[in-house]
Design a protein around this ligand. Structure first.
Ligand SMILES: [Zn+2]
Length: 363
């Protein structure tokens, strides 16, 4: 069974208003789930608009990342309230939690992304973390959300940093799926990879302009937010599990194991993982184009103020055995790193990261 996309997608500057009649038909007692203080007023608007439709609305707030502690607490709130749907309004961690909880309780989930930071509003996957943000695992859900509301007015209010993070995460789709899946003889997977190539090209063309000039009437901004929040999800939906993540996400998952005072966004860490993946390809697969790709990506990443080293993520890999810990987690049995078409050992990861970080210190 493959769930390619949400059943209904509303997109554009009045997506939320347009979605209200269908939401009102679908649910009588939704729970609005959110998290951060900066999205409070938007969640409040969502809450009031639903109340005005005569729905019996409740709300709940996550305290941490998408973790089992928050999930079981919110599940109990829903059971107590007898809510018949979850409306997850926020960034990737909120969307993943909402989808997971709805899936467990067998009620519909409506995703309302409040930034373009990930494609979590679209996908049938939830990433589970610990309370302190360490990656545990990907969890495959029964289906994509029932309704996805991609309201440009909402997304426009998000911090710029979330857009940059979304761009890095969406760029990784091409570099990860193309290396893991080109040998797969499945037309649909091949088509998904080609969509991810066009997605990358559009981000390279529009990304910088979108970041500098974030306005509803800026076509680059519109294309970029939809590329990050919609197309990236579509690639995963069509490609399915064969169109997999590879080293960039495996390295992301490993970096999250090191707890730092300042937390970084998913795509910010994936971006660094992507540069490291390309160095691995150069070293282990003799890929001559990898260096070219790194130079091309670095130009855009610098314009978008994205971190480009692990040091810029607040981690000194040469302290506290961090390099060893990252390499160990990256190469663990269940890691996506093993989807690469060549063998990877801990010593390869250590070598690539040490060279990369040392080189960056010098330059
Ligand atoms: Zn991602």
């Amino acid at each position: 069974m493959q769930s390619i996309s949400p059943e209904t997608i509303y997109r554009g500057s009045s997506a939320w208003e347009e979605s209200l009649p269908q939401i009102t038909n679908l649910t009588k007692s939704p729970l609005v789930l959110g998290r951060g203080a900066h999205t409070n007023s938007l969640r409040n608007k969502i809450f009031v608009d639903l109340k005005n439709q005569n729905l019996n609305v409740n709300s709940a707030k996550l305290q941490f990342d998408c973790c089992y502690e928050d999930i079981s607490r919110v599940k109990n709130i829903i059971l107590k309230n007898k809510n018949d749907s979850v409306i997850a309004a926020g960034g990737g961690k909120v969307l993943d939690s909402g989808k997971y909880i709805a899936d467990c309780l067998n009620i519909p989930c409506i995703t309302v992304p409040l930034s373009a930071s990930t494609c979590a509003g679209w996908t049938a996957l939830s990433n589970i973390y610990t309370k302190s943000g360490q990656f545990i695992k990907d969890f495959a859900l029964g289906s994509c959300p029932k309704i996805l509301v991609y309201d440009h007015k909402f997304i426009q209010t998000a911090p710029k940093r979330t857009l940059a993070s979304g761009v890095a995460d969406a760029l990784a789709k091409w570099y990860e799926s193309s290396i893991t899946s080109t040998t797969i003889d499945d037309g649909l997977v091949q088509q998904a990879i080609q969509i991810s190539r066009v997605l990358r090209d559009q981000l390279l063309i529009n990304g910088e302009k979108a970041f500098k000039d974030e306005f509803e009437n800026n076509p680059s901004w519109q294309n970029t937010i939809e590329a990050c929040g919609l197309t990236a999800g579509l690639v995963g939906g069509i490609g399915g599990e064969k169109c997999r993540t590879a080293a960039a996400h495996a390295i992301h998952n490993a970096i999250t194991q090191i707890i730092t005072p300042n937390k970084f966004l998913h795509g910010e860490i994936v971006g660094v993982g992507l540069l490291l993946q390309l160095r691995l390809e150069e070293m282990k697969n003799n890929n001559k184009l990898a260096d070219q790709s790194i130079k091309q990506l670095l130009l855009l990443m610098k314009e978008l103020n994205l971190p480009t080293t692990i040091a810029q993520l607040g981690i000194n890999v040469f302290e506290n055995n961090n390099l060893e810990k990252i390499a160990e987690f990256t190469c663990r049995d269940k890691s996506e790193i093993h989807f690469l078409p060549f063998e990877i050992h801990k010593r390869d990861i250590i070598k690539v990261i040490a060279n990369f970080e040392q080189q960056k210190i010098k330059t």
